[in-house]
Design a protein around this ligand. Structure first.
Ligand code: AGP
Length: 604
C-alpha cells in the first residue's frame, strides 16, 4: 500500500506535500518523492528511505510552484530505490500510484516497441507513458488521462500532473481508496482523509471507477463510464480521520470495500511482480515436515483454506486445529513440525495458549497476524504479516481475505521451496494471485442482486451454507458471518455431507446458500442442490457465469466474477460477506458491534 497526495494550491506546495506524506507514512515508507508543475516545466525530487531524507533534499534543492503531487512508497514492482521512487515521469506527465497494474508487462513491451525508453522497474511508469502517448494525439489532458486508464487492468489509485497545466491535478481510483478535499480556492486529492487533514475537513469519497480533475474552481468527477457524476461532500473530524467510515454506513461495509487494497498490500509483502517470484520471509518450508495451523473462528476458516493449498500445491501435510481444543487433546507433535497461528489481533487467548504450548515443547512457531507488534508477533520465531489496516468492525472481513491471500502466497512459496513446482509455474500462480484485488473489486459491485436475496434470508429462522473443497471453509465462514451480525441461526456444511443427516432440516422455510464456482466439483454440488430443491428447499446459488448457465431450475442465482480456482476463496468471500451485512442491516442489528461479541477475545 502506498500513500498519494495532490494539491492545486494558492501557496508554495512542496512543504505542504511533505506534511501530507508524513500522515501517509503508515501506508509505506521505503522511498518518497514529490513533483510540481511550475514555470512551464515538471520538476521532481525523490529520496530512498524515510520521509526525512526527502525533506533534507528539498532544503538543498527547493521546488517552486503551488501545484504538485507526492508519494510515499511500499515497494511492489521494483526494489526500493530513487529510480523506482514515485513520481514516475514520461514526457509531459508525472504520476504517483498506489496499487498493481496487472498488465504492465505487455503494455511496457508495446511502448518499448514504439521506441519509448523506461528508466525504472515500476509498473507505474507505464501509466505515465500511456498518458503521454495519448497527449501526442492533441487531446485535452482529461481525455488523454481517461483513455490511458482504459488500457490498464488492476487495482489502483493515481494522481497525475501534466506539463504546462499548472492549476490541474488528475486522479482516478479502481480498487484502492482516493478522496478529494475542498479548500478555500484550493483543491486536494489523497489516499485518505487523514492525508488532507492539514488543509481541509470537507471530504469527497470517490467511488469505484471514478476519475476526477481538480483545479482552483473545484472538482469535476466522472464515473466508471466517464460520465459526469456528483458525490456528496462530508465534513470529517480530524479525530476520526484515520479510521473513518467515509460514505459507508458501517465500518464493516467500509472494510468490505477496503479488501482490494488490503489484499494488494498484503500480497506485496510476498510477491515480487517483476521477477514473478513468491517468498516466505524468514521461513524455508523445505525444512518443514508438517504444518499445524492453530486459530479461532474466521481465522481458523482461513487456515482451512490454506490447508487445501499447502497440501495440494506444496505436498506439505497440514492440519488445522481449533486453538481452544488443541492442547487439551495432548496432540502428537513432530520434531520437524511448524506451528502456524493465524490471528487478526495477535492477542486471542486460545490461539496464544496453543502457540505457547508448542513453543514450550520445542516446536518452531510462526504467526500470520495483522497486528505486527502484538503478543503473538513478538513471541513467535517467524512473523508473517497481513496488511489489512485497522479492522474496526467486530465481524472479520478484510482481515479474513488478507489471511487467505497471504496463505495462498505462502503455499506457492512452499511449493517452490519443496521442489513441487518450477519457476514457470511459480510465475503463473503469482500472476493469477495478483488478479485477486481487481476481481474482489468486481465482486463488490452490486448489480442489484443483494437486496432481494437479503430480504429472503432475513425472514429465515435457520440457514444452511454448503460448499465443496475450498468452498467448504467458505460455507463455514458465511454461516459465522450471518450468525454473528444478524443473530439468525446458520450452519455451514460440506455439500456432500447434506444427505448424511442435515437434509432432514430442509423445508421451504430454510434457505440453502450454495457456494459453487464452475470448477471440477460443480457437477457434484449441483446434484446436492437438486436434492434440496426436490424437497422444497430454497437454494441461493453463488457461482460464476458458467455455473449460472447450468444452475438447477428453481435456484436463485448470484453471479460472482469468473476466476481461477486458486483465488476463488478470495473472490467468493465477498458475496457471503455482503449477504450477511445486508441481512443484518435489514434486521436493524448493531452491525459493527454485535451483542455478546468482542473484536479480540483475550480470555480463554
Ligand atoms: C470473526 O468475524 C469473529 N470476529 C471471530 O471469529 C474472530 O475471527 C476470532 O475471534 C479470531 O480473532 P483473531 O483473528 O483476532 O485471532
Amino acid at each position: 500500500m502506498c500513500g498519494i497526495i495532490g494539491i492545486v494550491g494558492s501557496s508554495p506546495v512542496s512543504s505542504r506535500l511533505v506534511d501530507s506524506l508524513r500522515r501517509l507514512e503508515y501506508r509505506g515508507y521505503d522511498s518518497a518523492g514529490v513533483a510540481v508543475a511550475a514555470n512551464g516545466r515538471l520538476e521532481r525530487r525523490r529520496a530512498e528511505g524515510k520521509l526525512r531524507n526527502l525533506e533534507a533534499l528539498l532544503v538543498e534543492q527547493p521546488l517552486p510552484g503551488t501545484t504538485g503531487i507526492g508519494h510515499t512508497r511500499w515497494a511492489t514492482h521494483g526494489a526500493p530505490s530513487v529510480r523506482n521512487a514515485h513520481p514516475q515521469m514520461a514526457g509531459r506527465v508525472a504520476v504517483v500510484h498506489n496499487g498493481i497494474i496487472e498488465n504492465f508487462a505487455p503494455l511496457k513491451a508495446e511502448l518499448i516497441a514504439e521506441g519509448r525508453r523506461f528508466e525504472s522497474d515500476t509498473d507505474t511508469e507505464v501509466i505515465a507513458h500511456l498518458i503521454d502517448r495519448e497527449l501526442s494525439g492533441d487531446v485535452d489532458p482529461l481525455t488523454a488521462f481517461q483513455a490511458a486508464l482504459g488500457r490498464v487492468t488492476g487495482a489502483y489509485a493515481v494522481a497525475v500532473l501534466i506539463q504546462g497545466e499548472e492549476t490541474l491535478v488528475l486522479g482516478a481510483r479502481r480498487g484502492s481508496p482516493l478522496v478529494v478535499g475542498e479548500g478555500q480556492g484550493e483543491m486536494f486529492i489523497g489516499s485518505d482523509a487523514l492525508a488532507l487533514g492539514p488543509f481541509t475537513n470537507r471530504i469527497v469519497y470517490l467511488e469505484e471507477g471514478d476519475s476526477v480533475a481538480i483545479d482552483h474552481r473545484g472538482a469535476r468527477i466522472f464515473d466508471r463510464d466517464n460520465v459526469a457524476a456528483s458525490r456528496p461532500v462530508r465534513v470529517v473530524s480530524a479525530a476520526s480521520a484515520l479510521v473513518e467510515k467515509g460514505n459507508y454506513r458501517h465500518f464493516m461495509e467500509k472494510e468490505i470495500h477496503d479488501q482490494p487494497d488490503a489484499c494488494q498490500h498484503t500480497l506485496s509483502a510476498y510477491i515480487d511482480p517483476i521477477t514473478a517470484t513468491v517468498s516466505s520471509p524468514g521461513m524455508d518450508f523445505a525444512t518443514v515436515d508438517r504444518l499445524m495451523i492453530v486459530a479461532c473462528g474466521t481465522a481458523s476458516y482461513a487456515g482451512m483454506i490454506g490447508r487445501y493449498l499447502f497440501e495440494s500445491l506444496a505436498g506439505l501435510p497440514t492440519e488445522v486445529e481449533i486453538a481452544s481444543e488443541f492442547r487439551y487433546r495432548d496432540p502428537a507433535l513432530y520434531p520437524g513440525a511448524l506451528c502456524l497461528a493465524i490471528s487478526q489481533s495477535g492477542e486471542t487467548a486460545d490461539t496464544l495458549a496453543a502457540l505457547r504450548w508448542c513453543k514450550a515443547r520445542g516446536i518452531t512457531t510462526a504467526a500470520l497476524v495483522n497486528s505486527h507488534e502484538s503478543t503473538m508477533a513478538r513471541e513467535v520465531d517467524v512473523m508473517f504479516p497481513t496488511h489489512a489496516g485497522p479492522e474496526i468492525g467486530v465481524a472479520s472481513t478484510k482481515a479474513f481475505t488478507s489471511q487467505v491471500a497471504a496463505l495462498t502466497a505462502l503455499a506457492i512459496a512452499a511449493a517452490r521451496q519443496r521442489g513441487r513446482i518450477d519457476a514457470a509455474e511459480e510465475a503463473r500462480l503469482a500472476a493469477l494471485l495478483l488478479e485477486a484485488p481487481r476481481l474482489i473489486a468486481d465482486a463488490i459491485l452490486d448489480d442489484g442482486w443483494i437486496l432481494p436475496v437479503a430480504q429472503e434470508i432475513a425472514k429465515a429462522r435457520d440457514v444452511l451454507y454448503l460448499g465443496r473443497g475450498a468452498m467448504f471453509p467458505l460455507a463455514l465462514e458465511g454461516a459465522l458471518k450471518l450468525k454473528e451480525i444478524s443473530y439468525i441461526h446458520a450452519e455451514g456444511y460440506a455439500a456432500g455431507e447434506l444427505k448424511h443427516g442435515p437434509i432432514a432440516l430442509v423445508d421451504e422455510a430454510t434457505p440453502i446458500i450454495v457456494i459453487a464456482p464452475s470448477d471440477a466439483l460443480y457437477d457434484k454440488t449441483s446434484s446436492n442442490m437438486s436434492e434440496v430443491i426436490a424437497r422444497g428447499g430454497r437454494v441461493v446459488l453463488i457461482t460464476d457465469a458458467k455455473g449460472a448457465s447450468h444452475a438447477p431450475d428453481g435456484a436463485t442465482v448470484v453471479i460472482a466474477p469468473a476466476c481461477d480456482p486458486l483465488i476463488a476463496p478470495l473472490v467468493f468471500a465477498v458475496p457471503i460477506q455482503v449477504i450477511a451485512y445486508q441481512v443484518a442491516v435489514l434486521k436493524g442489528a448493531d452491525v459493527d458491534q454485535p451483542r455478546n461479541l468482542a473484536k479480540s477475545v483475550t480470555v480463554e
